[in-house]
Write a protein that binds this ligand. Sequence first.
Ligand code: NDP
Length: 447
Amino acid sequence: MESKIKEFMNLVKKRDQHEPEFLQAVQEVAETVIPYIASQNIYNGKNILLRMVEPERVLMFRVPWIDDNGEIVVNRGYRIEMNSAIGPYKGGLRFHPSVNLSILKFLAFEQVFKNALTTLPMGGGKGGSDFDPKGKSDGEIMRFCQSFMSELFRHIGPNTDVPAGDIGVGGREIGYLFGMYKKLRNEFTGVLTGKGMSWGGSLIRPEATGYGAVYFAQNMLETKKDTIEGKTVVISGSGNVAQYACEKATQLGAKVVTLSDSSGYIYDEDGIDAEKLAFVMELKNIKRGRISEYVKKYPSAKFFAGEKPWGIACEAAMPCATQNELNGDDANTLLKNGCIVVSEGANMPSTPEAIEAFHAAKILYAPGKASNAGGVATSGLEMSQNSLRINWTREEVDERLKKIMSDIHDSCIKYGRQDDGYIDYVRGANISGFVKVADAMLAQGVV
Ligand code: NDP
């Protein structure tokens, strides 16, 4: 089996050797899915995984715009349309200076499995730009979004490709992107998700990724007859996912003691309660400030510049910032300090060494493609509401979200339970997602 996996990876490496994040995401899937394929006659010899690692389409385009000083700036725009076997391409847009083809291909590849896990009819895609929104004025953000959409609009549509937000793309950016799409197409459709409530958005969509990751942690803990209530939780990031993970964990009786951004982390031993979180939300979403300002407002908390929060003792860890933010050493520190559950809000935040450490210690560990799927699932619910031209209540959407997270958890158990009873959620998520997409691809022929 080892040699089959190696042979497959060599094929992928030959084409994509300069894409480390993409290779990392493919390797993880290959290690779990190739042995499964070998055990199932219907997939054998069909090169399904080889077809899945090749995007159906990659779009790369120039995004010129004019900054507040009148200078012309040129960024690069991307959309990876990875797989449409089970529905229109669906996945977020990331605006961050680190964005490149490798990062977007890894995200698009993971998205295919994640979207299949939600049970909703959504294919996988991802896009974005190396544009850095930090420090830009509202006018600059708007002009950039308009230029970005002036190319993207011809490739997307409610039945083709439905982008959403991701790092650097929140409600404000979705508004500018949607406005430009509507103007160019002269139609009001559900082509983006994460829209505002008065123009086609869904209740609970902003909260969904963070809430879903906490629901998933709760589902995992229930397998041990345990609960998140009373647990100390360490969260990284302070953006959309981190904020709502913090909110839900606190609502369920846990104590969240850290948040971070790219400049460092804050540790609040007393817990980040609703009032303190409201301050963080205003700081990050409206004032667009830095997390270090938290300690000015709450002096009993501490700020650690340039560090990550994984050294703080906790029972639950939720990485909610970015890929590869938690390495093998961090994982060992968490384990040493008594961490028993890790639910990823971010995509691929744990390195392969960290995942190995969690598995070796047999703690509850959920990969982002399972635990953060609540965001895209609720985007799927936004699409349904747009098609039906109705709005569900907050309670209705939240109930559906909970049910979807619990169903994803069940799928992970179905394919991930090992002989000794330990649940390998990575294996479970990968095989479950693979089966759904692979069956559709088999039925649709070689296309
Ligand atoms: P936001 O832009 O709202 O927040 C991102 C947070 O992560 C910020 O605190 C940011 O700090 C920090 N961060 C970003 N890049 C880095 C980096 N290179 N090093 C250290 N910190 C960093 O993004 P989201 O909350 O939406 O996304 C967070 C993660 O969740 C991403 O991995 C995303 O792919 C994933 N995700 C998001 C979903 C969603 O619905 N939004 C759905 C599923 C997954 P700073 O402000 O300093 O940059």
